[in-house]
Design a protein around this ligand. Sequence first.
Ligand code: FAD
Length: 287
Amino acid sequence: MKISEILGRGKISVSCEVFPPKKDSDMESVQRAVAEIVGMKPAFLSVTYGAGGGTSRHTIRIASDVQHMGVPALAHLTCVSSTKQEIESRLRELRDSGIENILALRGDIPPGQEFPAPQQYHYAYELVRQIRAFGGFCIGAACYPDGHVECEHKEDDIDYLRQKVECGCDFLTTQMFFDNDVFYNFMYRVLAKGIHVPVVAGIMPVTSSRMIKRACALSGMMLPPSLKAIVDKFGDRPQAMKQAGIAYATEQIVDLISNGVTAVHIYTMNKPDVAGSIMRNLSDIVG
Ligand code: FAD
């Protein structure tokens, strides 16, 4: 099923995300985690794409398994440093595997690498355009309530976002954010620019202080004081940090839904216990 159809119903939808293994030998444990998360009946399950495409076949395989288990899959696809021919063959593979939904991404430029050569992709809008021309897929893309780390001005970021949407996006998914006011402010600016596709709010349950510190360093994100206090207080007690992180994410989601947001995406990583706790916390709210 196409994700645009799910989002178009206007009902509350909660989707989840998994990532493929880096090593073939870890495939089985990832498949077990995926099956458990699928069992929680998310609205759809997205499968990330290793930077540089190193795990691309795993992404397609896991996404195809998810579809066969009866949950719509969203396969991520990055394009930076790829040629048009390489992307064309990925699209054929995705179509032949029964995948209907693609999250079209640029991907991060590897540290120390030059900006891509002219014959390679530079930005996600070029990928969106190619997928639209290929036909048959529902296309999502990324957006950044805090602004993308490379973009100096949030206004420019939203102008580029509009360009990307105009190339053929059916929906957007946000980067994780920890302060809902940042999301509400972003939505105000997005609508003011005439971007009207559905925006799925991305929520990351913070279950490890090491992980969140790394994510902040990479993305330039700041933690709001209330979450920083949680990380400072419980960061060296893993079980307490997990419980507090799940409670914080649940509170964020309840606030979003209370304020009219209908689509929430949980960055569950490959943690069925975290996904399960949040789904249980929301069972009567989403049901
Ligand atoms: P773009 O939309 O191309 O934007 C990148 C930067 O270029 C922004 O600063 C933008 O303002 C600027 N820009 C855009 N168009 C132009 C233009 N025409 N001229 C000048 N500047 C321009 N990475 C992975 O490797 N694998 C994944 O599976 C993955 N999944 C993700 C899922 C989500 C929901 C999100 C939010 C991010 C994900 N990422 C993933 C990370 C993503 O690849 C990086 O954030 C990357 O740096 C930007 O990708 P993009 O598609 O947003 O790029």
